[in-house]
Write a protein that binds this ligand. Structure first.
Ligand code: CP
Length: 314
C-alpha cells in the first residue's frame, strides 16, 4: 500500500481489524519500525482526535512528528494547471508537495469539503493534488468526501462489541445547526458494505447520500422503524448532497432514550465531536451503551496500523 486515501486501499479488512486489535495489547511492539522516519501532518481544518491519535500512533511506531496548521500559517495554495498566479494564491501545490516530500517520509492531510461546489469537493482536489505531486505516501485524515481512518476505527469498534456474526447496524442522520460534509457518512457506508452486517441508513427525505456510494443499501425514511432490533446505532449529521450543502436541523430526528429503547440494547456510536442535546440527548451519550470514548481510543490503533503498513512497504 502506497497511499491510504480511501477504505478501498484496505486489501483484507478482517486481517486489518484483527491486526489493529492486536496492536492495542502491545502498542510499542513495532517501535523500531519508524526510527529516523518523519510524518508531516498538514491540517487545513480543526481537529482533536485525528491530530492527537495520529501523532500518538506515529510516536508508538518510533516516528518523528511535524504538524502544521496550513490554513492561516501556510501559503495559500494554487491547484490549477497553467494558472497565471497574479491573484490571491502564493504557492502552487506542485512545489509545496515536492518540498514537503523532502522533509518527511509520510504525509498526512486533512482538507474538508468547502460545500460550495459539489463538483469541486467530489473531485478531491486537495488530496488528489498532493498525491499526484508528492513523492512520499499520503494518508487521508479526512478529505472532502471521505474519512477512511474513522471508518477503519468504526470497523474495529463494531468487531469488538458485536455479539452476533451479522449485527444490525443503523446509520442515522440527526439534526445539526451547521452545514457538515458527507465525508464520515460516506466512508462509514462504504465500510459497512465490506463488513458482514445487516446495514440500514435512515435520514429525512432530501438527505440521500451519493447513490454511487450507497449502491443497494436500504434506506428507511422512518427513523423509529429503522431503529427496531438494531445492535448498533451510528449517528452522524450531514448536509444535503442533492441540494448541495443545505443544512438539516429537523429536531424530530434528535437521538433520544425513547428511540434507543426500540433497539436490541444497541451500542451508540458517534465519531465526535458531537453537540449534546442537539444531535443526541445527554441520557444517550452518557448511558452505558455509549461507546464513543472507546471509539475515539480506537483512532490511535487504526492510524497506527495504516502507518505500520506504509512503513513496512517502504
Ligand atoms: N472524529 C474526528 O475526526 O475527530 P476530530 O475532527 O476531532 O479529528
Amino acid at each position: 500500500m502506497k497511499n491510504y486515501f480511501s477504505i478501498h486501499d484496505i486489501d483484507s479488512l478482517d486481517t486489518w481489524v484483527n491486526e489493529a486489535i492486536a496492536l492495542k495489547t502491545a502498542p510499542l511492539s513495532h517501535n523500531e519500525l519508524g526510527k529516523n522516519k518523519t510524518i508531516g501532518m498538514l491540517f487545513f481544518n480543526p481537529s482533536l482526535r485525528t491530530r492527537l491519535s495520529t501523532q500518538k500512533a506515529a510516536i508508538n511506531l518510533g516516528m518523528n512528528v511535524m504538524v502544521m496548521n496550513f490554513t492561516g500559517e501556510g501559503w495559500s495554495l494554487e491547484y490549477g494547471d497553467g494558472t497565471v498566479m497574479d491573484q490571491g494564491n502564493s504557492e502552487h501545490v506542485k512545489e509545496a508537495a515536492q518540498v514537503v516530500s523532502q522533509y518527511c517520509d509520510v504525509l498526512a492531510i486533512r482538507a474538508f469539503a468547502k460545500l460550495e461546489s459539489k463538483d469541486e469537493d467530489y473531485s478531491e482536489k486537495v488530496l488528489k493534488s498532493f498525491i499526484k505531486y508528492a513523492t512520499i505516501p499520503v494518508v487521508n485524515m479526512e478529505s472532502a468526501t471521505g474519512h477512511p481512518l474513522q471508518a477503519l476505527t468504526d470497523a474495529i469498534t463494531i468487531t469488538e462489541h458485536k455479539k452476533i456474526d451479522k449485527p444490525k447496524v443503523v446509520l442515522s442522520w440527526a439534526p445539526h445547526p451547521k452545514a457538515l460534509p458527507q465525508a464520515v457518512a460516506n466512508s462509514f457506508v462504504e465500510m459497512m458494505q465490506k463488513m458482514d452486517a445487516n446495514f440500514v441508513i435512515t435520514h429525512p427525505v432530501g438527505f440521500e447520500l451519493a447513490s454511487e456510494i450507497t449502491k443497494e443499501v436500504p434506506i428507511d425514511y422512518n427513523q423509529e422503524n429503522a431503529f427496531k432490533d438494531a445492535d448498533f446505532i451510528y449517528v452522524k449529521n450531514w448536509s444535503s448532497y442533492h441540494d448541495y450543502g443545505k443544512v438539516g436541523s429537523d429536531k424530530s430526528w434528535q437521538i433520544t432514550k425513547e428511540k434507543m429503547n426500540l433497539t436490541n440494547n444497541a451500542k451508540f456510536m458517534h465519531c465526535l465531536p458531537v453537540r449534546r442535546n442537539v444531535v443526541i440527548d445527554d441520557a444517550v451519550i452518557d448511558s452505558k451503551n455509549s461507546v464513543v470514548i472507546e471509539q475515539a481510543n480506537n483512532r490511535t490503533y487504526a492510524a497506527q496500523l495504516v502507518l505500520k503498513k506504509i512503513l513496512e512497504n517502504r
